[in-house]
Design a protein around this ligand. Sequence first.
Ligand SMILES: CC(C)(COP(=O)(O)OP(=O)(O)OC[C@H]1O[C@@H](n2cnc3c(N)ncnc32)[C@H](O)[C@@H]1OP(=O)(O)O)[C@@H](O)C(=O)NCCC(=O)NCCS
Length: 182
Amino acid sequence: MPHELLYLNTDKCVIRPWKKGDEPSLVRHADNRNVWMGVRDTFPNPYTVSDANAWVNVATRALRNEVWAIDVSGFAVGGISLHPDEGVHRYNAEIGYWLGQEHWGQGIATEAVHALTRYAFEAQGLVRVYAAVFEWNQASIRVLEKCGYALEGTLRMSAFKAGRFVDQQMYAAVEAAPAQRT
Ligand SMILES: CC(C)(COP(=O)(O)OP(=O)(O)OC[C@H]1O[C@@H](n2cnc3c(N)ncnc32)[C@H](O)[C@@H]1OP(=O)(O)O)[C@@H](O)C(=O)NCCC(=O)NCCS
């Protein structure tokens, strides 16, 4: 696979494969309800050492071509993913990301999302990258806007999170002039 050993350097972080040894930093940053509020329920809360072990196991094997750590100063302080779709949707991928709260507000997610989106278009040949954001997640919406994603619509009542139904905002970036595909 083209991105099996993906390393993307930005000014503020490195997107790199997860590895054994990331578990303590992962627990430190992921065990946070404020992080959990922005992501799907498959992301554990509380986030235990056992959860971190299981994640690193799957992230270094089955998902190694789709999920990466956001590394700051040698530590995995967040995660970012690109899950490709299938069939007629095969030039689409869903991007996901989270960052430990102590690193919020420094532009790190913006750089990571920007770098991985460019990679999706330029190295993977994808044509559309999208994210569905809970309506309350203005920070994530801002990240996507700064990275050139456009609002496509509101998926009304499409998620049930933290005990209530929530609208999701569908954002996408599309390659302006895709080459011929088969
Ligand atoms: C969303 C998240 C990744 C953002 O990471 P980050 O590194 O802090 O993001 P950045 O610093 O690159 O950009 C954040 C932007 O949102 C803005 N922002 C932050 N909180 C905001 C709020 N409550 N309302 C409006 N804007 C807000 C910041 O001012 C900044 O915009 P600016 O550069 O125009 O000032 C981080 O908050 C996070 O991990 N949240 C939990 C998980 C999550 O929600 N993941 C996304 C799922 S779709």
